[in-house]
Design a protein around this ligand. Sequence first.
Ligand code: ADP
Length: 421
Amino acid sequence: MAKRLFSDALRMLWPLLFAIAVSYSISQWWPLVAVLAVLLGWQVWQKWRLARWLERGQLLAPPHGGGLWEDYYTRLMHLFRYEQRAQQELSQMLERIRNTADTLDEGIILLSPDLSLTYYNRAACDLLGLVAMDKGERLTNLVRHPELHAYIEEQNFEESLLIAATWKKMMLRIKVTSLAQEGLLLRVEDVSTVHKLESLRRDFVANVSHELKTPITVFKGSLELLLDQPLSQSPQYLQLLEHMQQQSERMESLVGNLLLLAKLEGQKAPIKETVSINALCEKLQTTFADKAQAKEQQLEWDIADALSLHGVPDEIESALSNLIDNAINYTPVKGLIKISCSKNLSELIFTVQDNGKGIDEMHLPHLTERFYRVERSRGRESGATGLGLAIVKHVMQRHKGRLTIHSQLGQGSRFSCIFPL
Ligand code: ADP
């Protein structure tokens, strides 16, 4: 480029020098003015040709410029060709991505920040009944489903949304990812089969549990009768019968918990009412006093005044008592258990903290899974079912709240139920 510039400058210098010499020899300026005018005119002409070439479209062969202008034209041509190739590749790639997205069973939808449709694949059209012309329309105007509207408006996408699509007689699971400035990405999946199997499993567990309830009650009653018989005063019999009684109690609580879980999973939350947390805590104090005393544990209650919640009383009671029961079960003799409840502007926080043996970090993510127990073998003799925290989690979900667990091995654990107000 520098070489070209130098040779261009030299090319213009010769006529100039010649014009200066002629002007000097004849003592007149017009030869110099004429050469300057020609040089200037040539530059203007080249610029005009460049502008015309650009106007006509970059893909026509560039005009011959001569000197540096030739260089400009060639470089511009390369740039244009490069850009055109990049654009072609980009649109081919987009087309490929679109075609691939159309083969997916999962519906993919891109919404702009104002919730209008910017992209959706074929499965999204099938599942939500969208058509090509819907592009640019607001999704909430096209899919009239109150739960979907509320879910998108709340902007809390931690949990996916399960809706019954009445237009297709399907169960759809919708997962939303927020793309910040870019809007929202929705993934829609047909989960009708899984849902059907889930409800079959739920019904089966609920039915079996229900059927087992009566025989267990009869069995327990018979055992109590046997324990009162003189025959059972023999140490061998007594030990056997007490063991049977312990196991029948475990079976009873297992069946009760399974039934409760099936109810929590399957049914819609019954109509909520105002639940006095103070009254509930008083009841729990009485319920657990003996159990804690038997282990010489200290229960410390710190409940703020006038606390109430909008919820299902039985479910809330079951969640809170599970936490207290666990604290008593997993804290050694003479341990300290602090139970507190307070509220701030938006939440009511119920916390059970113990100074028991704590839980290893690796177990924390699994504690709310059914039948998960940290010490698998301990459950059988202690009567633990491994369903307590699963019940708490479901109750919290039904109350749009959350369960938080903090624990340190050897230090103790803190379980909190956080209810939105
Ligand atoms: P379980 O009937 O076994 O108590 P849960 O679902 O209530 O079932 O609890 C699951 C597991 O979490 C328990 O088996 C126990 O290992 C652990 N766990 C629960 N609460 C505590 C606690 N306060 N301290 C230590 N471990 C706990």
